[in-house]
Design a protein. Structure first.
Length: 474
């Protein structure tokens, strides 16, 4: 597949040098996209800036119509989109189909929410005054999206931005640009006016620098590593650039003695092994109370051993490859560090030579301790380290003892205990007996170093609106 840039309603960039896109399951070359840089990004920003004046004046009902059409087209082409996701990032086809439906749901939800951007009137303290609050679109938005959910993270950003009346420049991960290109093609088909949506692929540093330094970009929404998020914050300081950051996580899963074991196993399997563990809200460390520990470990090993690893394009696969060799090296390093420091490996832990080197098997570690790297750093792989605990306080302390604060999970059927954990955990998202909390209508985002702002839900739209206070003297 030969990709292009999409700027001002036209597909361009044939003359540019190309970036190769590989299938992580086979190592095969599956596409080439332009290596856009500073001047292409500037062109895309100019085009978004020009179209902002008319797009921001359309009615919410008009914008809703375009979003609904894109939603419809995504579902009509869901099989093709799912295949592209699997080909360029490796997740099993069934999971990729789930991602497309999830991705489309942001467009549907924000098509409705666009009509509910309400302002406010405020009682004035003088009889001759009237006070009101207007909500207006923030302006040109740059959306920098990651490789682990190439469809859903794009629509989670552009859905609310477009609904609010903003225009966008999208920069997908250079590892997975093909899905973004297909969605952009569908947006073109949906009839969005030229310049409202622009897509630039290429060198992340060159594109990022232009986005951060160009004053026409009023908001940057980014999903990716905490390291890059901090860099963007520093770069944006000069212009006080508005930022939404959805950064790394290090989610604890806490299983209490009174948890319903099957519910806990189902939740942990969903949270830990979805997308081969390459999800920001994946359970990264599992704390199990002593009274349920043996039973839980035995059952988790039994269920995990059933997971089928392989090329996601084949039927019945649960675990695809990791995105690349660097990802495998990181997982290997964390597992080896744990084992060298006394962890016991009950399952997996070693790569199988019959697979290509991007595969890492589902792995379960016990006897882990808080000092090990795996208990302190995000893994982004299918490894479940399990630590035993005695008291609620101990679990809460271990869970919160991290600079991350994206998602946490607690499994208990005790209402009072459950609420105590929900209120004590310093995380933006809590799954209580639920290993898959994400939804278009709910706010997604983190505390501490896991980010700024929320995506999804009413809060997700707020991030693309300015609040303007107007005082009128009669
Ligand atoms: C992410 O990994 O950042 C997204 C996961 C989700 O939306 O559930």
């Amino acid at each position: 597949m030969e990709g292009k840039l999409y700027i001002n309603g036209e597909w361009i960039g044939d003359e540019l040098e190309k970036i190769n896109v590989f299938n992580p399951a086979t190592g095969e070359l599956i596409g080439k996209v332009p290596n856009g840089g500073q001047s292409e990004t500037k062109f895309a920003i100019d085009s978004a800036y020009q179209s902002f004046s008319s797009w921001s004046k359309t009615t919410a009902y008009e914008r809703s119509g375009f979003l609904k059409e894109l939603y419809r087209l995504m579902l009509t082409h869901k099989n093709l989109l799912a295949e592209l996701i699997t080909l360029e990032m490796g997740k099993p086809l069934q999971e990729a189909l789930g991602e497309v439906v999830y991705a489309a749901s942001f467009l549907e939800w924000y098509a409705e929410e666009a009509k509910r951007v309400y302002g406010q009137t405020i009682p004035a303290s003088h009889g001759n005054k009237r006070m009101m609050v207007l909500k207006q679109p923030i302006g040109v938005v740059a959306a920098i999206t990651p490789w682990n959910f190439p469809a859903a993270m794009l629509t989670r950003k552009i859905g609310p931005a477009l609904a609010a009346g903003c225009t966008v420049v999208v920069k997908p991960s250079e590892l997975t640009p093909l899905t973004a290109m297909k969605i952009t093609e569908l947006a073109h088909q949906a009839g969005f006016p030229k310049g409202v949506i622009n897509l630039v692929t290429g060198n992340p540093t060159a594109i990022g620098n232009e986005v951060m330094n160009n004053p026409k970009v009023r908001k940057v929404t980014f999903t990716g590593s905490t390291k890059v998020g901090k860099l963007l914050m520093a770069q944006g300081a000069n212009q006080v650039k508005k930022l939404s950051l959805e950064l790394g996580g290090h989610a604890p899963i806490i299983i209490l003695n009174d948890a319903e074991i099957n519910k806990a196993i189902t939740g942990v399997m969903a949270s830990k092994f979805r997308n081969a563990g390459q999800t920001c809200i994946c359970g990264n460390r599992i704390y199990v109370q002593s009274g349920i520990y043996d039973k839980f470990v035995e059952k988790l090993v039994e269920e995990t051993a059933k997971l089928k690893i392989g090329n996601g394009m084949e039927a019945g696969i649960d675990i695809g490859p990791l995105i690349n060799q660097a990802a495998v090296d990181k997982v290997n390093m964390q597992v080896n560090n744990a084992i060298d420091n006394g962890a016991q490996c009950l399952l997996g832990g070693k790569q199988n030579d019959s697979f290509n080197p991007n595969y890492y098997p589902p792995t379960i570690l016990t006897n882990v301790t808080q000092e090990m790297i795996i208990m302190n750093e995000e893994t982004f792989g299918p490894v479940a380290p399990i630590q035993k605990f005695e008291t609620d306080q101990e679990a809460i302390h271990c869970a919160n003892d991290t600079p991350s604060g994206l998602a946490a999970y607690v499994f208990t059927d005790n209402l009072t205990k459950g609420m105590k954990f929900v209120e004590s955990l310093d995380y933006g998202i809590i799954g209580w007996n639920d290993g898959a909390p994400s939804a278009a209508q709910a706010p997604f985002g983190g505390m501490k170093e896991s980010g700024i702002g929320r995506e999804g839900g009413q809060q997700g739209l707020e991030g693309f609106l300015e609040t303007k206070y107007v005082s009128i003297q009669l």
